[in-house]
Design a protein around this ligand. Structure first.
Ligand SMILES: [Zn+2]
Length: 340
């Protein structure tokens, strides 16, 4: 559909008059413009249909304890037919070994010296292998915090039920969490730590240094309300922070989410990539608008490298992470599988 519109537009730019042999009545200029508009509306409708179908599928899968998207986590394989998780024996044994070490008080940094490799899979679209590197402390920590090993799924900050077989028992999982929590600094500011999907990514329009995050909380009756900001507080390079450079976090994050609901942003991103996603701008736009905000935020943190803000706050230049395709391909192919 989009191709047809582009074709019509190119004809118009080139001054070529298109005459449809079967619809001579549509060949005069106003009629052909009408036809183009109708086609464009259909293309828009089609995109919205895809987005809403994806959103509906996700809601259904969540309600029924199913997996949503992406590659299977370490310890599991995806069943080729149902797409749901089934334990991978060799990996599951290692997952249990990692938890055992954590329970005895080993830190993720100590556990990562096992010499094992992370899961490797082949990208469906590019045929390139992804993963398979050495475990990092961060990956070990993520594994230990993942409720998937209890037969559940992480859903934003909470947990939803799953229907796959657990790999560790609740007692082991909880002891591991206790050990991890014990090591975590519990300063006041840390306990009220709020999520910032654009942490370390926004660039100050005046000094070009990265903006810091800033929160304060206020009690209002029985509830505590957290306020989040991005602001220039850097003293890097011996320069004082810029006065008055402070943005309410939600406003900026929403603007970025909106920018990604625009096909042109994805097209620009694709143009910087390795060519794995040519012609996928429509699909990516549809997929993005069908995702819930926690998922969008998680992806933002991964696919965006930096965002340069303009002084007048009206424009932003988004630079994407070099490996954004590796992040997105599993998401898209997972969604396409689920939607089928
Ligand atoms: Zn600054």
């Amino acid at each position: 559909m989009t191709d047809t519109i582009q074709l019509f537009e190119e004809f118009e730019r080139a001054g070529v008059e298109v005459c449809l042999a079967h619809h001579v009545e549509l060949c005069a200029e106003p009629e052909s413009r009408l036809l183009r508009h109708i086609l464009a509306s259909f293309a828009q409708f089609e995109r919205e249909m895809i987005a809403s179908r994806i959103a509906e599928t996700r809601a259904y899968l969540k309600k029924h304890g199913r997996r949503l998207a992406g590659p299977a986590p370490y310890g599991y394989d995806a069943d080729p037919i149902t797409k749901q998780l089934v334990p991978n024996r060799a990996e599951a044994r290692r997952v249990r070994a990692i938890f055992k070490r954590a329970v005895t008080g080993q830190t993720p940094a100590e556990i990562d010296h096992l010499g094992w490799r992370t899961k490797q899979w082949v990208s469906k679209r590019s045929g390139r292998p992804i993963g398979g590197g050495r475990w990092t402390a961060r990956q070990v920590l993520a594994l230990l915090r993942n409720p998937v090993y209890l037969g559940k799924f992480a859903a934003g900050d909470s947990i939803r039920p799953g229907c796959h077989e657990p790999i560790v028992d609740l007692g082991t999982f909880e002891s591991a969490q206790e050990q991890l929590d014990r090591r975590r600094p519990t300063s006041k500011s840390d306990r009220h730590r709020l999520p910032f999907p654009l942490r370390g990514k926004l660039i100050c329009p005046r000094c070009q240094r990265r903006l810091c995050t800033y929160t304060f909380t206020r009690r209002q009756g029985k509830t505590t309300i957290g306020y989040r900001y991005y602001r220039c507080r850097s003293t890097a390079g011996g320069r004082a922070p810029c006065k008055g450079v402070q943005y309410p976090a939600y406003e900026i994050e929403e603007a970025v989410r909106q920018a990604l609901a625009d096909r042109r942003t994805w097209q620009a991103m694709i143009d910087t990539g390795a060519g794995l996603m040519t012609d996928r701008a429509d699909l990516l736009t549809a997929v993005w608008t069908g995702l819930d905000i926690p998922t969008q935020d998680r992806l933002l943190a991964q696919i965006v490298e930096s965002i340069a803000l303009s002084r007048r706050k009206t424009e932003m230049q988004i630079t994407f992470a070099e490996d954004f395709e590796d992040t997105l391909i599993p998401v898209i192919s997972g969604l396409a599988d689920d939607a089928r």
